[in-house]
Design a protein around this ligand. Structure first.
Ligand SMILES: [Zn+2]
Length: 117
């Protein structure tokens, strides 16, 4: 069973776009894949959920505006995916792979920046 961090890292590598929105089910960041917003973690089936033992208590957003309070868990989840990518880059001897990994890291970091704007 893959960890959410690894699933997200994989998705970033495939060119998926990480969004600054969290999944209502698992609290992990949503991805834009082929023009659709999906939760790659939920889509991959049952996952280890030790990261989020409690349901997310996020500020309700009645108007669904895109300037809602961002739960800490979302930032942590993105950070986790970025960490997985960085570790892989450090281990991978192939410079071509490293480049791809670093680009994926950049995507994650950008999502984090959007969160904090
Ligand atoms: Zn989910």
């Amino acid at each position: 069973m893959a960890k959410p961090d690894e699933i997200m890292a994989e998705q970033l590598l495939k060119g998926g776009k990480m969004l600054a929105k969290s999944c209502k089910n698992c609290g992990n960041p949503l991805f834009e894949v082929k023009g659709e917003t999906t939760c790659v973690v939920c889509a991959s089936g049952p996952v280890q959920t030790e990261v989020h033992p409690e349901p997310l208590v996020s500020t309700p957003s009645p108007d669904q505006g895109n300037r809602t309070v961002v739960p800490d868990t979302l930032a942590k989840a993105i950070g986790g995916a970025v960490t997985v990518l960085c570790e892989r880059a450090a281990r991978d001897p192939n410079p071509a792979n490293s480049l791809q990994l670093m680009q994926a890291v950049e995507c994650g970091v950008r999502a984090l920046q959007v969160l904090r704007e």
